[in-house]
Write a new protein. Structure first.
Length: 275
């Protein structure tokens, strides 16, 4: 018996190449401060730190008061508490000259006189007080060369006494309040007050002296330095290497052990008898 065995096998191998994952690039988002000017930036740990200069827009003010004796328009460091107040004005000017964050926008010097006496004389006295203090400040600190300075003179109204009267222990407090708050001319109000001797003496010695003054007002803006911290977005870490499921391209996916022996055709032929 001649037995011929044919084996027929069809195998298909799919080959694929596996590529790696590249790192992602990143860019910081812009983080700014409104009205701010960037001064510097640096990395601090996981944060990007920026410093901004923010211009101040809200006006601020500093006020100083110099007192005067009755009828006097000249500055005296020996009168009342003027020595300390004049020193504070000088300190403030020095600080402003060296302060890079604060800027003086205007200086106003307003002289006042008390309302008792001649209205014309009082108006002149008030203006003289303001001008004299400006002269003194210019001689000490050159104020007018540093800032824009305005000068004014005013006669304090009788109503400026109202708060002190209200806080007083005068027996006829309400009557005095009605007088100082009335709309009468200043000379008329003065005559009415003098009719109340106790109240008038108290006003003359305890209230009116404080109205004889010059007020120096500095108007300024104050900048600020603000700092922001922004978390830096780092690249995502690359995935750990994985075993390559694909063999090299020149190798077959299927070895001898992988042959499916169930695939094929076996043909058995028997020899015929010949007579």
């Amino acid at each position: 018996m001649v037995k011929t065995l044919f084996y027929s096998l069809v195998s298909i191998c799919a080959l694929a190449l596996c590529g790696g994952v590249s790192a992602q690039s990143y860019r910081n988002s812009s983080q700014s401060v409104p009205n701010g000017v960037l001064l510097s930036e640096w990395v601090e740990g996981d944060y990007l730190v920026r410093r901004y200069l923010v211009k101040g827009t809200q006006p601020k003010s500093a006020e100083f008061v110099v007192q005067y004796a009755v009828g006097n328009a000249q500055v005296s460091g020996q009168f009342d508490e003027n020595s300390d107040e004049l020193r504070q004005i000088g300190d403030f000017i020095s600080r402003m000259k060296n302060d890079t964050l604060r800027r003086v926008t205007a200086v106003n010097i307003t002289g006042y006189s008390s309302p008792d006496g001649s209205a014309a004389y009082n108006a002149k006295l008030a203006k003289n007080r303001a001008n004299d203090l400006l002269t003194w400040l210019n001689s000490k600190y050159g104020l007018s060369s540093l800032y824009t300075v305005s000068v004014d003179g005013r006669v304090a109204p009788w109503s400026a006494c109202a708060d002190e009267v209200r806080r007083s222990s005068l027996q006829n407090k309400n009557t005095i309040l009605d007088i100082v708050n009335s709309s009468e001319a200043a000379p008329t109000v003065e005559r009415q007050l003098k009719a109340h001797t106790t109240a008038w003496n108290w006003l003359r010695t305890s209230v009116l002296p404080a109205l004889r003054r010059t007020v120096v007002t500095f108007t300024y803006t104050e900048d600020s330095v603000q700092q922001t911290r922004e978390l830096i977005r780092r690249p995502a870490p690359a995935p750990a290497p994985q075993p390559d499921p694909c063999p090299p391209a020149n190798q077959c996916c299927c070895g001898d052990d992988a042959m499916d022996e169930s695939v094929g055709i076996i043909v058995i032929m028997e020899a015929a008898n010949i007579d």
